[in-house]
Design a protein around this ligand. Structure first.
Ligand SMILES: Cc1cc2nc3c(=O)[nH]c(=O)nc-3n(C[C@H](O)[C@H](O)[C@H](O)COP(=O)(O)O)c2cc1C
Length: 307
């Protein structure tokens, strides 16, 4: 007999048939007058994370929400992550109430607004503002060309045909693949990412658990994050040597160079070796030793800081 029960899977299964940890965000979009308005959203996750020309999020929304209409019209949004407090959560729930117009919602808006980087870089165009109290904000542009959604327009009703994963995807739903234009971060957490995270400088974001029992939205505040190092696997140079010898015809690696990357997880090894080979070619180097590995690693850290 299994130690589990088989639960029915129904609409909105993530909150009606499961416990699913989600982010708590306020999505800022431009209304028809060019003012920024906000809706509460949790179904917002990384979509393209590597190997494409850009990075993207996916947002799942009711297709007659203000947010969906605004994204269909302007293609721009900001994803604002605020810390947890009862008051802040209450404001999210207020902004999550369907049916209010942008004006009605924004009349009593509890936070402060400022321009993001998109606006400073391109002052001639309009972009939704960002929330000053947020700890982190993603400024995004809808990639409307994906899945042939470029002609999707705001309608009273959507009767199909529907797209599979971008634009209007069902009678009531829409998905938006959102290219990340900028990630804006408050100082303390910027430093944490650049200089390394500790238990003390982690960005204290809450976890949303959704709407339950047709009664309440549930959310938990931030608790200290814990860490666990990766397993200290036996240092095995032979497999790294095998990949290194095949990384390039001309550029070669010494053993002490390879010893500096023994902890790189195997799926990333090729990429790391390629980065080293590219550096060697730019610098007319044919033998990479521990010394060159240090230069490459310092350069990578510097580039990371610049970003
Ligand atoms: C915490 C929270 C999270 C929510 N997440 C979503 C979501 O991911 N997708 C969605 O369609 N609606 C979600 N809702 C409901 C929307 O916020 C609601 O439809 C609201 O009317 C949207 O505002 P808007 O019409 O101004 O876009 C959420 C509500 C709350 C309170």
């Amino acid at each position: 007999m299994s130690s589990f029960k088989d639960l029915r899977i129904v609409d909105n299964f993530y909150q009606s048939s499961a416990f699913f940890p989600m982010p708590l965000t306020l999505i800022g979009t431009l209304d028809e007058k060019g003012n920024t308005s906000f809706g509460a959203y949790s179904l917002c996750f990384p979509y393209y994370i590597a190997g494409k020309d850009y990075y993207a999020m996916v947002l799942e929304v009711r297709n007659n929400s203000n947010t969906a209409k605004h994204i269909l019209r302007t293609g721009k949004c900001t994803i604002n992550f605020l810390p947890y407090s009862k008051k802040i959560f209450k404001e999210h729930v207020r902004l999550g109430f369907p049916g209010d117009t942008p004006e009605e919602k924004m009349k009593e808006f509890k936070f402060h607004l400022e321009e993001g980087l998109s606006c400073s870089n391109d002052p001639d165009n309009q972009y939704p503002k960002v929330i000053s109290e947020a700890l982190q904000v993603f400024e995004c542009t809808w990639v409307k060309e994906l899945d042939g959604a470029e002609n999707d327009q705001v309608q009273e009703e959507y009767n199909g045909p529907y797209h599979n994963f971008n634009g209007i995807t069902s009678k009531y739903g829409a998905h938006f693949i959102l290219k990340i234009d900028h990630i804006l971060m408050k100082d303390k957490y910027y430093d944490a990412i650049i200089n390394g995270v500790t238990k003390k400088n982690f960005c204290p974001l809450p976890t949303n658990w959704g709407y339950r029992d047709s009664k309440n939205f549930w959310c938990s505040g931030y608790k200290k994050a814990d860490y666990e190092g990766i397993p200290d696997k036996e240092v095995d140079l032979t497999s790294i040597r095998y990949a290194a010898d095949r990384a390039d015809d001309v550029v070669k690696f010494t053993d002490d160079a390879l010893l500096t990357i023994v902890k790189v997880p195997r799926p990333f090894l090729k990429l790391v070796l390629k980065g080293c080979v590219d550096w060697a070619k730019e610098n007319n180097c044919t033998l990479i030793t521990e010394k060159e590995m240090k230069i490459i690693s310092d350069k990578r850290n510097k580039d990371k800081k610049k970003k």
